[in-house]
Every structure is written in structure tokens, then in C-alpha cells.
Design a protein around this ligand. Structure first.
Ligand code: ADE
Length: 229
């Protein structure tokens, strides 16, 4: 899989992709992540300007069409993208389901928003999917792109040392994960539930499922309702 990210702040994204599972996935050749600075595509060769005032006089700067258009065209000339994603608080809410879908794709392009956003015509003509990571506003789309990339890349077969662990993550069956424990079995008088020490695999699996259901009912009942895909 290849993920290209268009941003005005590539430095912000270097560190998150150079650690842990993502870095290992890249080293294993499972993913290539390429950061591109939108300023490099600005027609303004002197100041590399990429934003301008909003028509109509509303507050804040807007990212201009041309640098983004040129960047996307240059990348599209190199390969076909399965999705051209724009990160924005007014996008569709990113979820485990969307991470699963996107992890099956070959080439993704993620455009990080900034300032007041991007010229609407880019969204209409070039973007195939708009995604938000939650109902709050970040200073830019970079952290949202990092969150999505992390959630996608860890799902690639071979990215995690124990592949089973992706299957037992929270949200994979619209359930939160059950609690986990490790040694010592007792600390400070705080005990690990007996069932987990019993060695009865089936009983343990039933207990874990029940815990997952109970936790989901209590903490995130919306995950169990029919309208949650
Ligand atoms: N850019 C700013 N806020 C965002 C959010 N919540 N999700 C995605 N991109 C964003």
C-alpha cells in the first residue's frame, strides 16, 4: 500500500510515522508513506504562497486551488488513487469500519486542510472522500491524517507481530474490548479475575465476550444500536 500526504507542515508528520508499528510496516515493505509540501507546488516561486483571503469577507485564510490542483495532478500522473481524502471537521466520521475498508486499498492520497479550509471547488472536483476524526476542531488536518494513517497501517497483514490482536481490538465487532491483565496475578490485594487463571479456554472466551458486551452497553450503548454500521 502507498499513502501520499499533501500538507503545508510535513515536519509535523515525520515523527509519528517513524516509530513503532508504522515504522516497522514501512521497513517490512508493507506500506510506503510519502509526505509532500503543498508549498512546492505554489505558482508563487518567491513566497510559495498557498492561501488567500476568503471571497465574501469571512474571517480567516483559505487554501488556494492552484497549488493543491497542481500537487494532486502531479501525483495522479504517477499512479491511480483509490481515494483522494480530505481531512476536515465537517467530513464523515472516521471509524474502525472505514479504517478496515481503506486498509484494503492500494493507493491513498490524503490532503490535510489548514486555515479556514480549502477552496470549495477542490472539494467538489478533486476529492473523493471527506473524513473527520471527531467533533472538535484541530489547527490543521495533519494530526487527523496521522490518526487515520496509524489506524489503517496497523491493519495491514504482517504489520502487527500478533495478527490476532487486530481482530480483538475494540470496535471490530462493534464491541469494546474486554479488560486485560498481566502478571502478577495479585498486587496490593488487587486480584486478577479467577476465570482468567483457570485455563478453561472456552469459559474464558465466554467471559471475555460477556465483559465486552457489558462494557459496551455501559460505556458506548450507541455501538449496539441498529443504525450503527
Ligand atoms: N481538521 C481540523 N479538525 C479536524 C477534525 N476534527 N478531523 C479531521 N480534520 C480536521
Amino acid at each position: 500500500m502507498r499513502i501520499d500526504i499533501l500538507t503545508v507542515l510535513p515536519e509535523l508528520l515525520e515523527s509519528p510515522f517513524n516509530h513503532s508499528i508504522i515504522q516497522r510496516a514501512a521497513q517490512k515493505g508493507l506500506v510506503e508513506i510519502h509526505l509532500h509540501n503543498i508549498r512546492d507546488y505554489s505558482p508563487d516561486k518567491r513566497h510559495h504562497r498557498v492561501d488567500d483571503y476568503a471571497f465574501g469577507g469571512s474571517a480567516g485564510m483559505v487554501m488556494q486551488i492552484e497549488p493543491i490542483f497542481r500537487a494532486i495532478e502531479a501525483l495522479k500522473n504517477e499512479r491511480e488513487y483509490d481515494e483522494i481524502i480530505y481531512t476536515s471537521p465537517d467530513g464523515e466520521l472516521f471509524s474502525q469500519g472505514i479504517a478496515n475498508q481503506l486498509s484494503l486499498q492500494k493507493n491513498l492520497l490524503i490532503l490535510c486542510g489548514h486555515y479556514k479550509g480549502i477552496d470549495q471547488r477542490i472539494r467538489e472536483h478533486l476529492i473523493t472522500r471527506e473524513l473527520s476524526i471527531g467533533d472538535y476542531v484541530l489547527t490543521g488536518g495533519e494530526l487527523a491524517a496521522a490518526v487515520m494513517t496509524d489506524a489503517i497501517v496497523r491493519l495491514l497483514p504482517g504489520a502487527m507481530s500478533d495478527e490476532q490482536s487486530a481482530l480483538t481490538d475494540s470496535f471490530q465487532d462493534n464491541l469494546l474490548a474486554p479488560p486485560v491483565y498481566t502478571r502478577p496475578s495479585e498486587f496490593n490485594g488487587w486480584k486478577v479475575p479467577d476465570i482468567l487463571l483457570s485455563g478453561h479456554e472456552r469459559n474464558i472466551a465466554e467471559w471475555q465476550l460477556q465483559q465486552a458486551i457489558d462494557r459496551t452497553k455501559k460505556l458506548r450503548p450507541n455501538l449496539l444500536s441498529d443504525d450503527n454500521e
